[in-house]
Design a protein around this ligand. Structure first.
Ligand code: ADP
Length: 537
């Protein structure tokens, strides 16, 4: 027997309509390249997104056509997040930190027909323009200068709208957005997000035990809008009607802290590097910045070091550790203390918060080794596999990648985890980053976190280096804090307090910086290349 409920599609259109109708006065604050701020609102975004949808349709955009964006975080980018999909197109965010060769590959692979690009990013576009077949390019004036000759101004494009726009009747499983994995491992792969996935993901991340978002919140998306939908914030924020703060290209600690203070930000999301920078600035000058007392910050994309969570607790802001993937829209887990564990000792609770945590509702996960599920013992390593309504079932047009899914329909994340007795997952490594020494696995993430809790260490990455006797041994690459000193022996002794002798890196090298991927994660493949021929003593 069927239920008697309406078959109402879950689409981004409904989110836009709600924001336009009930929250039209709520502000969207954006920062321009010249650092000045400008204020838009959901009312304006609503009107302009619909105008964009209408003009794209007139320009020939058909159902399912990809419209690429090459933009920083600001309100016009938000307009594309809505204007493209509500008119039946697919908003394809391009990662502006990628090499022009990769961008050319991605644009061609996705067959993008339109491009909306910030004027300040035209020089990047021009580096791959000749290698792609984009039919129409619309330029968003951000710099305050006239749009260069030969290009169409976004404002002129929108001005052609008549206001006579009616939404196409979209199915909830139609594609609304697209993003390519940032390519930490292998060639970038395209993920197509359905309307349904984006809507369900918005509901879920807004939950109290996830990011805990409410209408009164002021949400700062530090995470770029080209990195996995800015973790879904642009959709969730509009769904709940929360004020959005978009930092444009200014992602340094000082600029962000200024926004935190001025806009009274209550919630922010970004990668650990960003929060480490902010932490340093706050500790250097305690009391200088007036942050909102209940400020929460989601930290994801790479492991949140326990030491960082503790140091922020002393200052006020609360870190919410979250794990996700581009293939997962992207949120998969968050770490919080279950009510039944509230009376655990403080140290154990910090240990839990530094784990990746518990799956979001409707995300199912398991750890697998040799086709068997690993026990919940907090020790056995296994590959994390996931399934759920906002998890990709395939990549766009890449049938050769189908081994990323198991025969019984789970997505292989490539992350290696333990699961403890309470169900909290802990990522030991990406499978490619694990260190296999004399038949035993060593987790680089644990060593890195421990090193980063040393007062002299700014950042640390631990990599596997070939070894004649042990196949591989860990080598620590360390960036010291400015003016701080520590020796190889001292750091290894420090690790000795926590780790068995065989787990401790055989050497520490001091480097100026750790190479990073386009979204700010450690690029360990580069370090492995650099130290491949390392001579062990
Ligand atoms: P890419 O795969 O190109 O790096 P993603 O942003 O999709 O791009 O990265 C997903 C991966 O990032 C995960 O598989 C995991 O290895 C890592 N990751 C994300 N969040 C966390 C976290 N909280 N802790 C540890 N690793 C994380």
């Amino acid at each position: 027997m069927l239920g008697t409920m309406m078959d109402f599609p879950l689409t981004v259109t409904t989110i836009l309509e709600r924001a336009g109708k009930y929250f039209s006065a709520v502000e969207i604050v954006s920062r321009r390249p010249d650092r000045s701020l400008y204020r838009s609102s959901y009312g304006q975004v609503y009107r302009r997104a619909r105008a964009l949808g209408e003009c794209l349709q007139r320009a020939g955009m058909k159902r399912g056509d990809r419209v690429a964006t090459l933009m920083w975080n600001h309100s016009a980018h938000l307009e594309t997040y809505y204007g493209v999909p509500v008119a039946g197109g697919v908003a394809h965010t391009l990662n502006l930190r990628l090499h022009p060769d990769d961008l050319a590959y991605i644009v061609n692979h996705a067959e993008d027909r339109f491009l909306i690009v910030d004027d300040v990013l035209l020089p990047l576009y021009e580096k791959f323009r000749d290698r792609v077949k984009i039919e129409r390019v619309v330029v968003v004036p951000q710099s305050g200068k006239p749009v260069p000759a030969g290009y169409e101004n976004y404002e002129d494009f929108l001005a052609q709208a008549t206001g006579e726009f009616s939404y196409p009747a979209l199915g909830e499983n139609e594609a609304a957005a697209m993003c390519y994995t940032s390519g930490t491992t292998g060639k970038p792969k395209g993920v197509l997000y359905s309307h349904r996935a984006l809507v369900l993901h918005s509901f879920c991340i807004a939950l109290a035990d996830c990011f805990g978002l409410a209408q009164r919140d002021v949400l700062l998306a530090v995470v770029p809008m080209f990195h996995a939908n800015a973790w879904g914030l642009p959709f969730a924020a509009a769904m709940i009607g929360g004020k959005l703060v978009l930092p444009g290209p200014h992602l340094d600690a000082e600029s962000l802290l200024e926004l935190f203070e001025r806009e009274r930000v209550t919630y922010a999301a970004g990668v650990p590097t960003v929060w480490l920078g902010i932490l340093e600035a706050l500790e250097k000058d305690p009391g200088h910045w007036k942050l909102f007392p209940g400020l929460r910050m989601t930290c994801g994309g790479a492991a949140a070091p326990e030491g960082m969570i503790r140091r922020f607790d002393k200052l006020g802001p609360k870190i919410i550790h979250s794990w996700g993937m581009t293939e997962m829209t992207p949120a998969g887990t968050t770490s919080y203390i279950k009510s039944t564990l509230e009376n655990w000792p403080e140290d154990k609770k910090y240990e839990l918060r530094a784990k990746q945590g518990l799956p979001l509702p409707f995300v199912e996960l398991r750890g697998m080794t040799m086709e068997r599920e690993i026990p919940w013992d907090g020790k056995t390593l296994g590959e994390l596999q996931v399934r759920g309504p906002w998890i990709a079932e395939s990549y766009y047009n890449q049938p050769e990648e189908k081994e990323r899914w198991t025969a019984d329909g789970w997505f292989r994340t490539g992350d290696v985890v333990t699961i403890d007795e309470e169900g909290y997952i802990k990522i030991a490594d990406r499978s490619k980053d694990l260190i296999k020494s004399g038949g035993e696995w060593i987790s680089s993430v644990d060593l890195e976190n421990a090193l980063m809790s040393h007062p002299a260490v700014q950042e640390a990455a631990v990599i596997a280096v070939p070894h004649p006797k042990w196949q591989e041994r860990p080598l620590a690459c360390v960036v010291l804090k400015k003016d701080a000193k520590a020796s190889d022996e001292e750091l290894r002794e420090f690790l000795g307090q926590k780790f068995a002798k065989w787990q401790i890196p055989d050497a520490v090298v001091f480097v100026e910086s750790i190479p990073r991927t386009s979204v700010g994660k450690f690029l360990k493949s580069k370090l492995r290349e650099q130290f491949h021929a390392w001579k062990w003593e």
